[in-house]
Design a binder for this molecule. Structure first.
Ligand SMILES: *Cc1c(COP(=O)(O)O)cnc(C)c1O
Length: 397
């Protein structure tokens, strides 16, 4: 049997819904529901405070981090879970800047997710030492790697178009220029094969609620290369990153290695959901997931282009330059997406005109792709999107 029929059966997929938005929020794994139910009942309910020791809650951020490490090619013991991605971006960037104290420029690109750029702005203001955030076009990053760059901070896969940077190549170029390389893997972890160790990345961060299916608000991860792990000085020096939190010293002493990137109390319930959600990755090979995603993406692009010619491909046509999502543009993109959602096909919209579809083979197959294209064609041919109700913007798009 096709392995992806087996993995699909592990997820709750609502009746009548075609879900192409796993790049924003993964669906519910049945195992996560069961694990969370059991955790709440047997651990929170029965163990109460003793759960920190008896149920291993305190080790959970690094125990789960080790499993995420395998998905991003990180060395064991160098990834820890916690907080949200924006917080992890701040921590990694602050530490990266400290490793390159004589330089003033943070280099990023216009394909980065705004929160990463906002966190950099806030950090720059707080540090108040004339740092500059320089944002160039994605294709100009290489040329911008001059001897003034302290940190190259990039998101590998563009959240709007799926365009993918070559992590190993840009990291090597950043190092040649004397810069620290920091990667956001929000749209890479669980989407494409990643090898932070082989790429020689200095820092990496990412979230777990997209392709790793930990549920809304699931914790983020942070990786610090072993060569830096005992040198970095955490900007967010919370008690659980302390060498011995329960000594209650009045002064901060960083914990060993990646442990120092912990901040406060971990989200134990959400980590339980993630821990169960990660089991599916033990059944599949990332290379197979990638091959299947490429196959489904190619099918989607071919069908949409032939049946909905008004939609223009916004993603790279070359699959090797693309993550695990496919995007199209149309001036009425928002209304088209609302109409599509009303017809049971869930993708999302990113301003100003992008219709975005996540291709996630663990639970998306050919029938879903064909359903989505048929719905899209009906909406375009019949101008079904042209209704006031589909043009009202919701808070989350
Ligand atoms: C999804 C995403 C975020 C979201 O950050 P949160 O703090 O988890 O809300 C940040 N950066 C990138 C690149 C993302 O794709």
């Amino acid at each position: 049997m096709d392995i992806f029929n087996k993995t699909r059966a592990l997820f709750h997929l609502p009746e009548g819904m075609t879900y192409l938005d796993g790049n924003s929020l993964g669906p519910l794994p049945y195992a996560a529901q069961e694990r969370v139910d059991a955790m709440i009942r047997d651990q929170w309910g029965e163990l109460l405070i003793t759960g920190w020791n008896k149920a291993g809650w305190m080790e959970q951020p690094s125990r789960v981090g080790d499993r995420v490490a395998k998905l991003i090619g990180a060395e064991a013991g160098h990834v820890v879970m916690g907080d949200t991605l924006s917080i992890k971006v701040y921590q990694a960037l602050a530490s990266a800047l400290e490793l390159n104290p004589d330089r003033k420029v943070i280099l990023s690109d216009s394909g980065n997710f705004p929160s990463d750029l906002y966190m950099a702005e806030g950090l720059i203001r707080t540090l108040d030492r004339d740092l500059e955030l320089r944002i160039v076009e994605p294709e100009d990053v290489e040329a911008a790697l001059g001897d003034d760059i302290a940190v190259m901070m990039l998101t590998q896969v563009d959240y709007r178009t799926g365009r993918m940077h070559d992590m190993a190549r840009l990291t090597a170029l950043a190092h040649d220029a004397g810069a620290i390389a920091m990667w956001d893997l929000a749209h890479s972890a669980g989407a494409v094969p990643v090898d932070v160790a082989a790429a020689n990345a200095d820092f990496a961060v990412g979230c777990s609620y997209k392709y790793l299916n930990s549920g809304p608000g699931g914790p983020a991860f942070i990786y610090v290369a072993p060569r830096h792990a005992d040198l970095v000085n955490p900007a967010l020096s919370g008690w659980l990153g302390h060498a011995s939190p329960f000594a209650f010293d009045l002064n901060y002493q960083p914990g060993a290695g990646i442990e120092r990137m912990r901040v406060g109390t971990p989200p134990v319930i959400q980590l339980a959901a993630l821990e169960a959600a990660l089991d599916v990755w033990d059944m599949v090979d990332m290379a197979d997931v990638r091959a299947r995603a490429v196959e489904l993406s190619e099918m989607f692009i071919t069908e949409v282009e032939s049946r909905c010619p008004e939609l223009k491909l916004a993603s790279p046509r070359d699959a090797t330059q693309r993550g695990s999502q496919v995007s199209f543009t149309h001036p009425e993109g928002y209304a088209i997406m609302q109409a599509l959602i009303a017809h049971g096909v869930i993708g999302d919209f990113r301003a100003p005109d992008i219709l975005r579809f996540g291709i996630t083979p663990l639970y998306v197959g050919e029938a879903d792709i064909m359903n989505a294209v048929t719905a899209l064609q009906n909406i375009m041919d019949g101008r079904l999107w042209d209704r006031d109700a589909y043009k009202v913007r919701s808070r989350v798009t």
